[in-house]
Ligand binder design. Structure first.
Ligand code: ATP
Ligand code: LTN
Length: 333
């Protein structure tokens, strides 16, 4: 019976403040999936240091992210929640997988190219190796599915390639994971430039709605959001990218289909529309923010969650790593 429950794995980096893109592309789905799958969710602090971090800030962001996972509805009783650096197997497997990954493959990764351009003074090996560490995360837990935003699709594809490559050279060792992308919400665009993804490290903070933004800030940012020519609130990603992005945000935050969302704004102008999107987002975020603050005040509880999460994660990860070490010929005592 136990084998019929599929395994699910995902993670977010504890960098900057999360945006509604992270929430809709990742965490919101986790909550919906946790009853159906055997879930493991990590805080990817080892990925975070591929861009220079302030140590005190990284520590603080780690607990904030854990509190946020729980405040959003991820239940530590049902899922394994842990901090990546607490399980040394990630670095160990990543090293092995490095020898099954080609330099050319890593140089082609879009995120590597984007981040290299953005951090031209610090194009470190870790930045380039980021996808291999991510492959190690996923493969250690033998995950069947990995819910992520569309920006991570390329990393998931390379994870599958590495898994297949290893399985073919030795014998079936890793489950080959499937990406799970939501139909709406997998790619939330920047409010001031709908051709870009909403990102927590964007230069212009007005284009991103942070999960920590207060009501007035949220309403103001939506009021300023770029719309398109014309005056009809219609979903048309090609010709009306700004309006379509706002409609997607509205529909997922109000649990409506895009068609239902369009109907809500028939005969209404962009002004009313943007106000309504802002309100629905602010209303949804307020209780999450309150719960996150409450949890952050209870550090003992958060530490206990991390401790038991690390133990559970370690025992699963170690099993896979031992299998790998045996297959590649590492002498074991
Ligand atoms: P950064 O901008 O600092 O690189 P990020 O905003 O891309 O960070 P990550 O920690 O890399 O955030 O991603 C966490 C999760 O959020 C991933 O599953 C990612 O696919 C998803 N995600 C990020 N941005 C968006 C977006 N604009 N729309 C939908 N999902 C997103
Ligand atoms: N690179 C991911 C975060 C991440 C991840 C993972 C996601 C690290 N390890 C494993 C899914 C599975 C990102 O979202 N930027």
């Amino acid at each position: 019976m136990e084998n019929t429950v599929k395994k699910l794995y995902s993670a977010v980096q504890p960098t900057n403040n999360l945006t509604i893109g992270n929430y809709l592309g990742a965490i919101k789905q986790w909550v919906q999936l946790q009853d159906e799958y055997d879930c493991t969710f990590a805080i990817a602090n080892m990925h975070a240091i591929t861009v220079r971090q302030d140590p005190a800030n990284l520590r603080r962001k780690t607990l904030e992210l854990l509190a946020l996972y729980i405040a959003c509805g991820v239940d530590p009783q049902k899922c394994t929640l842990y901090l990546q650096s607490h399980v040394p197997c990630h670095a160990e497997l990543a090293w092995v997988l490095n020898t099954f990954t080609y330099v050319g493959e890593m140089e082609r990764m879009t995120q590597f190219k984007d981040k290299s351009a953005k951090h031209a003074d610090n194009i470190n090996m870790g930045l380039m190796d980021y996808p291999v560490l991510m492959a190690a995360d996923i493969l250690l837990y033998q995950a069947d599915v990995v819910p992520v935003g569309l920006d991570q699709r390329q990393h998931l594809e390379i994870t599958r390639d590495i898994a297949v490559r290893f399985n073919n050279i030795y014998s079936p060792t890793f489950t080959v994971p499937e990406g799970l992308y939501m139909k709406v919400g997998a790619k939330i665009a920047d409010l001031s430039d709908p051709s870009k993804k909403m990102s927590k490290s964007a230069e212009n903070p007005n284009g991103s709605i942070f999960l920590t933004d207060d009501r007035d800030t949220i309403l103001r940012k939506f009021r300023r959001a770029v719309t398109d020519s014309g005056n009809e609130v219609k979903f048309d990603a090609e010709n009306k990218p700004g309006v379509s992005n706002l409609l997607s945000i509205y529909s997922v935050f109000s649990d409506k289909t895009t068609a239902e969302a369009e109907r809500d704004f028939e005969g209404k102008g962009y002004g009313d529309f943007k106000q309504a999107v802002g309100e629905v987002v602010a209303d949804r975020l307020a209780p999450i923010q309150a719960e996150q603050a409450r949890l952050l005040a209870d550090k003992d509880y958060l530490n206990a969650v991390l401790k038991s999460g690390a133990e559970k994660a370690y025992s699963a990860a170690r099993k896979t790593l031992s299998k790998v070490y045996k297959k590649i010929g590492f002498y074991q005592l």
